[in-house]
Write a protein that binds this ligand. Structure first.
Ligand SMILES: [Zn+2]
Ligand SMILES: [Zn+2]
Length: 561
């Protein structure tokens, strides 16, 4: 077994992985080159990719072209050196922007990554990563959304605030992993739900509160593992009037709703847990997999096949070691953030392209090496145009050079990442301390909150218990988070949502709420365990030391239905 050159843990390279590395191939005339076997373990590979994705942290910056102020994922003055050149989306997409102006020769006396990072710092990048939005300035990784605020990785949403992975949802606040849902608050991992609060891991529910693992239920509160039930409280049926009386006892009071949440968390601990969320799939391991086959060690994957080590994939085929892959990417390796890409490796944010190696932000391009910001280009190296013959001669020579420098087959080194580890997706997957981050060679940013320009700052615990006693003036205040002391503000449409739903104001900073939801999921690591009931062997993301009772799929379903 090889030892990871980053964390020193032993890892294995499976036969499927070796076969895959033989299948993905880059052809340069008579020369065919395959990616080599990895030298880092799957977790380190995942972190090296995802440290290049910032989903949540925004900075005031200015367009390099017009000087106009804008909101960007990239800091104006990053603590680690030269900032990126930022363009507004329409400036970047305009014909006036020619990425080949930044082209340069490859220097065989220097390492590849040093030269590539210099190129990246000069080619302008889009301030945010969005498409087709309306009034969604503080969002990224979003498409076709309206009036949303601080959401990411979301499409077709309207009036949603503070969340991750919302799809086709409306009026959802503080929700993550929420699909086709409406009027929901503080929910996590729900599908087709309406008017629910603090509902977790559930589908097709309406008016359910502080509950988990419900299917097709209505008016259930403090319930777990129920199917097609109506008016249940603590998993027991109640008369409608009785039920409504119970709800009225806590609804709208910040203190009582907090106690409800605590009760839900302890209920969840007592209930048997499903070993993994894998639905309608064959020969898959990981978590949150649907309608897929032969996907191993995969997370958040739908309609996919023959993959390993993929995190977030839709209609993915033959992908190994990839993250955030959408719409039929095929034969991709060590790549982050794609739409419709074929035969591509060691690349970041590639759309509708093929046969790319070591590229960044390229659209509708093919057969390019070490390029950034290209659209509709072919046979380019370091943003310089070559003929087919020149390209096929030069790329194998650069790869040979990279083999000598020990760079060939490695993903971009984290010291050249555009983001600090603690503002990237990597820290969501594996939170690390500042010392650990620096020790592993990633970047770190000490974050300081801007003091908001407000009339007054009020500690969270001094807020009125009920929204009715909160004046509209609150929009001019900052609230001090009860847990972290960090100041945060309420935005106008958010206040309107709380009032219309008779919900108390939040006492915790949006980042704390966001992280608290994410903590409801298991980390992306698998362990071999046995089912607590039938002792069948299972692969689960519940680590062996955890207190919950873990059942295999069959035993879990028998328990619930
Ligand atoms: Zn490692
Ligand atoms: Zn079992």
């Amino acid at each position: 077994m090889p030892t990871c050159k980053k964390c020193q843990e032993a890892f294995f390279v499976s036969q499927e992985e070796q076969a895959f590395l033989g299948k993905i191939a880059f052809t340069f005339g008579a020369t065919v080159i395959h990616p080599p076997e990895p030298v880092y373990c799957p977790t380190c590979r995942m972190l090296l990719r995802t440290c290049n994705r910032n989903e949540r942290f925004f900075y005031k910056n200015a367009s390099k072209k017009s000087g106009k102020e804008l909101i960007s994922l990239y800091a104006k003055e990053p603590p680690w050196g030269v900032p990126f050149a930022i363009y507004e989306q329409k400036e970047w997409e305009s014909d006036a922007f020619d990425p080949l102006e930044y082209g340069r020769d490859f220097d065989f006396s220097r390492p590849f990554f040093d030269q590539f990072s210099e190129l990246l710092k000069t080619v302008p990048r889009m301030a945010l990563c969005t498409i087709g939005n309306e009034n969604c300035t503080y969002t990224t990784g979003t498409g076709y959304c309206r009036n949303c605020y601080l959401i990411n990785s979301s499409e077709y949403c309207e009036d949603c605030y503070y969340g991750k992975l919302l799809q086709s949802s409306k009026d959802c606040v503080d929700c993550s992993y929420t699909y086709n849902s409406e009027l929901c608050y503080e929910c996590f991992s729900i599908h087709k739900c309406y008017h629910c609060t603090a509902l977790l891991f559930s589908q097709n529910c309406q008016d359910c509160l502080y509950s988990s693992n419900l299917n097709a239920c209505k008016h259930c509160s403090l319930c777990t593992n129920l199917h097609q039930k109506e008016y249940y409280f603590l998993n027991e049926p109640l008369e409608k009037m009785e039920y409504e009386k119970k709800i009225a006892e806590f609804w709208g009071s910040a203190q009582k709703m907090r106690e409800m949440r605590e009760k839900l968390m302890s209920l969840r601990e007592q209930q048997p847990q499903r070993y993994a969320n894998i639905v309608n799939s064959q020969h898959c391991t990981g978590d949150f997999i649907e309608n897929s086959k032969n996907c191993l060690d995969c997370y958040d994957v739908n309609e996919s096949e023959d993959c390993r080590y993929v995190q977030v994939g839709v209609q993915v085929k033959d992908n190994f070691d990839c993250s955030n892959m959408y719409i039929k990417p095929e034969l991709c390796y060590e790549t982050l953030g794609t739409i419709e890409v074929f035969n591509t490796a060691y690349s970041i944010f590639i759309f509708h392209s093929q046969n790319l190696l070591y590229c960044d932000y390229c659209y509708h391009s093919s057969d390019c090496f070490g390029c950034s910001g290209l659209t509709r280009k072919k046979y380019c190296i370091f943003n310089k145009q070559y003929t087919k013959g020149e390209y096929e001669e030069l790329v194998p020579k650069i790869i040979e050079h990279m083999q000598k420098t020990g760079e060939w087959g490695l993903f971009f080194p984290p010291r050249y990442a555009p983001f600090a580890y603690n503002e990237s997706l990597a820290s969501e997957y594996v939170p690390l301390s500042k010392d650990e981050v620096l020790q592993r060679g990633f970047l770190w940013r000490d974050r300081k909150d801007e003091i908001p320009n407000v009339e007054k700052v009020i500690p969270g615990k001094r807020l009125p218990d009920r929204i009715a006693n909160v004046p509209d003036d609150v929009l001019n205040w900052a609230i001090e988070c009860e847990e972290t002391g960090r100041p945060f503000q309420i935005i106008k449409p958010e206040l309107r949502f709380y009032r219309s739903q008779n919900l108390p104001l939040p006492r915790l900073h949006p980042d704390v709420r966001y992280d608290r939801r994410l903590a409801l999921r298991n980390p992306r690591t698998l362990y071999a365990r046995t089912c607590a009931k039938c002792e069948k062997e299972i692969q689960t993301a519940f680590s062996p030391g955890r207190s919950e009772t873990i059942y295999c799929e069959e035993c879990y379903l028998k328990e619930v239905y």
